[in-house]
Design a protein. Structure first.
Length: 444
């Protein structure tokens, strides 16, 4: 290796040369490895007497390149040496991750299946509950129809109309006023009531328990409807029984046998009423009893239609002459009065006191203008001293129908109505029938 000049050689290098010249043995190889940095910052490589000057940038580039190549060589050797092991570990880790994901997916699927099964079960239970509620609602609607229908003999109950309060007249002595109006019975209202099915807000529904809460509220509402229906049915039975008993008592007192009363304009085939079958609900059995009670009450009601228990004149009746023995107004001596005289205004309408058929209409001696109505079952009524006759013989008459006008024809001292009742041709006191009408109150 060649030596650098003295001007550019550093002190260390000179010291090494001087030491070599003083007898220290130094091989050529050791001298060639010596690295001398010139004063200008360049590096000089000396080998076998030759000098190569390298700049600092190029030197460090070479050094960096050698380091990088060394590292790359070491890494490459290590990779090839341990490649199989690394790949095996990576594949094993990947397989573990895959198995974990598959297990998680299977678990999620199982949860989804469980949730789906639970939802299906809940839906089936909800549908069963809803179906039961719908059937129950249908039954209640049918019951409501039965309570509000008109055909009582077919197993339904006719709706009752609330009667208006009737004015009660002041009671007077029998020789003056013979009638006063009794307070009407309590009328049961058999009106169907709608189930309130107002839908709630979804948020309120969720807060109230969701669908189960809705079903529970609907069920409670139907329970209330059923309780009201049972109460109405019980009230209807009580009313029908009370009505029948009152009419039966009055008709028995009058001696009227309803089984002998002939009804006009009715008929049809006989269809026996079937009792409730075994296992029928309490409502059906109760409805059966109510139907029978109402049918019997209607039978008495129809019979009362042919019994003269109504007033022949509107308003308050004032009797001017009673039934029985009296002093004759013309001869002033005792005589039999076969009816009662009721004060009235000239031209005031006269009403039939029961259903029947006109058997006489015209002038008849002391009666003057007179109308006789045959009510059947041996009952007839007469209306005398009329100023006008509005019916003719053979005409069917309904209770309350106008048959003539108050007058003073025949043997009369002034405008009034001579009212007469006969049973099997024998005269009876009309007050007996008029008082029966008072006892019946609003039933006629």
């Amino acid at each position: 290796m060649s030596q650098p000049s003295h001007a550019s050689r550093p002190r260390g290098a000179n010291h090494a040369i001087h030491a070599a010249s003083r007898g220290h043995a130094q091989t050529a190889a050791s001298v060639s490895r010596a690295l001398n940095r010139p004063r200008g910052g360049d590096y000089t490589l000396v080998h076998a007497g030759r000098q190569v000057r390298v700049g600092p940038i190029a030197f460090w580039i070479v050094v960096g390149t050698l380091v990088i190549m060394g590292v790359w060589t070491i890494g490459t050797g290590t990779y090839f040496a341990f490649r199989e092991s690394v790949l095996a570990r990576l594949m094993g880790h990947q397989a573990q991750m895959q198995y974990a994901y598959e297990d998680r997916i299977a678990e999620l699927r199982a949860q989804v299946d469980r949730i789906t099964s639970r939802q299906l079960l809940d839906q089936e239970q909800f549908e069963r509950k809803l179906d039961a509620l719908l059937k129950r609602q249908s039954v209640l609607e049918n019951r409501t129809s039965a309570l509000t229908a008109d055909g009582i003999t077919t197993g339904s109950v006719r709706g009752l109309r609330g009667s208006e309060p009737m004015k009660q007249s002041k009671a007077k002595p029998i020789s003056d006023t013979v009638l006063f109006m009794a307070p009407p019975d309590r009328e049961a209202r058999l009106a169907s009531r709608d189930v309130q099915t107002a839908m709630n807000d979804p948020l309120q529904t969720a807060k109230a328990g969701g669908l189960d809460g809705i079903l529970e509220r609907v069920s409670r509402s139907l329970d209330k409807v059923e309780q009201r229906q049972n109460a109405v049915l019980a009230q209807a039975e009580e009313h029908a029984g009370s009505k029948m008993n009152r009419m039966k008592t009055v008709l028995d007192d009058l001696g009227v046998n309803i089984h002998k009363v002939s009804l006009r304009g009715v008929g049809g085939p006989f269809v026996p009423l079937k009792p409730p079958r075994a296992g029928a609900s309490d409502f059906d059995r109760e409805l059966y009893h109510v139907a029978i009670a109402r049918a019997e009450a209607d039978r008495y009601q129809q019979a009362l239609g042919t019994v003269p228990v109504r007033k022949p004149l509107p308003g308050e009746l004032e009797m001017t002459s009673p039934f029985g023995v009296r002093m004759d107004p013309f001869l002033d001596r005792p005589a039999m009065h076969p009816g009662v005289d009721l004060r009235g205004e000239m031209g005031q309408p006269v009403h039939a006191t029961a259903n029947g058929r006109v058997s006489m209409a015209g002038r008849d001696g002391g009666y003057g203008n007179m109308v006789e109505i045959n009510h059947g079952n041996g009952l007839t009524t007469r209306y005398g001293h009329l100023s006008e006759i509005d019916v003719k013989v053979g005409q069917d008459i309904r209770a309350g129908q106008v048959i003539g006008k108050v007058g003073s024809t025949g043997r009369s001292t002034g405008p009034h109505l001579h009212y007469e009742c006969r049973v099997n041709g024998e005269v009876v006191d009309p007050q007996k029938f008029l008082r029966a009408g008072v006892r019946l109150g609003g039933l006629i």
